[in-house]
Design a protein around this ligand. Structure first.
Ligand SMILES: O=C(O)CCC(=O)C(=O)O
Ligand SMILES: [Fe+2]
Length: 316
């Protein structure tokens, strides 16, 4: 039974390796096997030596915090549209319940989906748009490299299958999103509702999620025993997990693990905010997800129809 989250080293295939063909197939396959073993055991792993520059990571955390520190009135000017399919902009405190059984999550977020992005807080945070675009591009590059090892680990015949089904990431007709999240210090005035948490139990909706978190901690991941174990921050690492669409695609060979962020017990941590940044990877909107094992365990559905159905459950 997994009691911790495995670490997968991308030293040989991170973005610092400019020539993707330098690595042998045998070495790629070794990384792929480790990745799939991690996803088989707990559905999560940490990737180290991924090659996304640390200064860019610090910058995206920095501009996000500058945005979240603005007045509520200023942030509300950039609010996410009520149209559930339009996933860009500011998500205010309590708006989402990732576990619909609980009150709204104690968090704020800023979502960026390139083909939905029509506004930015350029006056208040001039560099935000540029930094988000740069970070998005790095995440896309590492996602494609993760796909390369993933398809080998899964023994898919077509090695480009995942690259091809996600080829529009960052362009039109693909909903891959950066979500920068801010969990503010918790109020002491008793306004936290019974059952309210920072982020309710859920699994992610897409194929894979990449997550960077600051050093505060709080993310917990449900193992196969049903126990939540801490996903303790590993400095510089990207936490990667399987989403529901990948579970559906693999006809439940890979499981989208539930995870959550509770209210910390310690007073010291309650008084601290927490930041994380997720990159939710989705196939191209029109791509039809059919079980890869040829079974009809789940009926075929386009990536966009699936996502919009999931949004309709989150944003009531
Ligand atoms: O903040 C975190 O560590 C996790 C956030 C998360 O799971 C999500 O937004 O889907
Ligand atoms: Fe999540």
């Amino acid at each position: 039974m997994a009691t911790s989250i495995p670490i997968v080293d991308f030293q040989q295939y991170g973005l610092h390796i400019k020539n993707e063909t330098e690595i042998t197939n045998a070495d790629l396959k070794k990384i792929g096997d480790k990745l799939i073993a991690a996803f088989d055991s707990i559905g999560f792993c940490y990737i180290i030596n991924h090659g996304i520059p640390q200064d860019l990571i610090e910058k995206i955390f920095g501009v996000s915090k500058t945005f979240f520190d603005l007045s509520t009135e200023a942030k509300l000017k950039y609010i996410r549209s009520k149209d559930i399919a339009d996933n860009h902009g500011y998500v205010e405190m309590g708006r989402e319940s990732l576990n619909p059984q609980r009150p709204g999550d104690c968090k704020e977020a800023f979502n960026f989906t390139p083909n939905h992005a029509k506004f930015w807080p350029t006056k208040e945070v001039p560099e935000m748009q540029d930094i988000f675009h740069k970070f998005y591009d790095e995440c896309k590059q590492i996602a494609f490299r993760i796909f390369d090892v993933f398809t080998l680990g899964l023994k898919l015949e077509d090695r480009n299958f995942l690259r091809n089904s996600h080829k529009n990431i960052g362009c039109d007709r693909n909903c891959t999103t950066i979500r920068s999240i801010w969990y503010p210090p918790l109020p002491k005035d008793g306004s936290i509702k019974p059952g309210q948490v920072r982020c309710g139990e859920h699994s992610d909706y897409g194929t894979l999620t990449l997550l960077l978190q600051d050093g505060i901690g709080g993310l917990e991941v449900c193992n196969k025993n049903g126990d939540y174990i801490p996903a303790t921050p590993v400095p510089g690492a990207i936490c990667v997990n399987i989403g529901d669409l990948m579970q559906r695609w693999t006809a439940d060979k890979l499981i989208a693990t539930k995870h959550r962020v509770l209210i910390p017990e310690s007073e010291v941590l309650k008084n601290k905010g927490r930041q994380s940044i997720a990159f939710f990877i989705h196939p191209d909107d029109d791509f039809v997800i059919k079980c890869l094992d040829g079974s009809d365990k789940y009926k075929p559905i386009s990536a966009l129809d699936y996502l919009n159905w999931r949004f309709s459950l989150t944003y009531q």
